[in-house]
Write a protein that binds this ligand. Structure first.
Ligand code: ADP
Ligand code: ADP
Ligand code: ZN
Length: 216
């Protein structure tokens, strides 16, 4: 199974991908996570991407498509792939088709999380993650069960992304509208898009995605 989770920043792609991984043993391919790792490791890709990401603009198509290609090559052929935050432009959508074909894979579903833009700023500015295991949380919507302790690994250390501020979020939303939303009609023409209400509670969104994957 190969699926794309599509939606603007804060739509819930990473949150839902984490749940699908736990339930189905699929693998998440998040270009955002790969780029943040490259920035932290100060690789040539990271050095090039850092300032672009801080502005909320898109990193070059060639860089992100190369990251995805490398990751798929490293994965076993029978592991399902969840593309999170990729593709984000028409050129990336084309590159993904070529990469999938090279690996003998085909897209099963494009799942669009539909959200109200006003809610996204609140989601993004309240987002934080465990600094040890990466589990995602929210100040209001998904707090740790025990205050200050990660549910999954027990760590007491959390972090926030430098680009999760209101100014940058507005730029990221504009990038989504201008460059990412236009790739949907191409997938619509292939009959593989499912639209899900991303404003529903986290569990309800997961249930709706499960129904799509089950073909219901
Ligand atoms: P994305 O990967 O699409 O940018 P995330 O999955 O990181 O988005 O979600 C952004 C923030 O919103 C996180 O803090 C997450 O806990 C929270 N969140 C995700 N889905 C929902 C939801 N359905 N309702 C309320 N908050 C949510
Ligand atoms: P979001 O929470 O907005 O979905 P991501 O973690 O997916 O955030 O992306 C963070 C930043 O990394 C983006 O604002 C962009 O600068 C860069 N980025 C991630 N994926 C891509 C991509 N597929 N193409 C171009 N830039 C990307
Ligand atoms: Zn943790």
């Amino acid at each position: 199974m190969n699926i794309i989770l599509l939606g603007p920043p804060g739509a819930g792609k990473g949150t839902q991908a984490a749940r699908l991984i736990e339930r189905h043993g699929m693998r998440q391919l998040s270009t955002g996570d790969m780029l943040r790792a490259a920035v932290a490791a100060q690789t040539p890709v990271g050095l090039e991407a850092k300032a672009v990401m801080e502005r909320g603009e898109l990193v070059s198509d060639a860089i992100v498509s190369a990251l995805i290609g490398d990751e798929l090559t490293a994965m076993g052929p029978d592991v399902g792939a969840i593309f999170d935050g990729y593709p984000r432009t028409a050129a990336q959508a084309e590159a993904l088709d070529a990469i999938l074909a090279q690996h003998g894979r085909a897209l099963d579903h494009v799942i669009e999380l539909e959200v109200d833009e006003d809610a996204l700023v609140e989601r993004i500015t309240g987002r934080f993650t465990c600094a040890t295991c990466g589990k995602g949380y929210h100040d209001t919507f998904e707090r740790p069960l025990a205050e200050g302790t990660c549910d999954r690994c027990g760590s007491h250390s959390f972090k926030r992304r430098p680009d999760d501020n209101e100014d940058t979020v507005r730029t990221r939303m504009a990038e989504y509208r201008a460059k990412t939303a236009p790739i949907l009609p191409g997938y619509d023409a292939r009959g593989i898009v499912s639209r899900i209400d991303g404003m529903a509670p986290i569990d309800a969104v997961t249930d709706a995605i499960e129904r799509v994957l089950a073909g219901a």
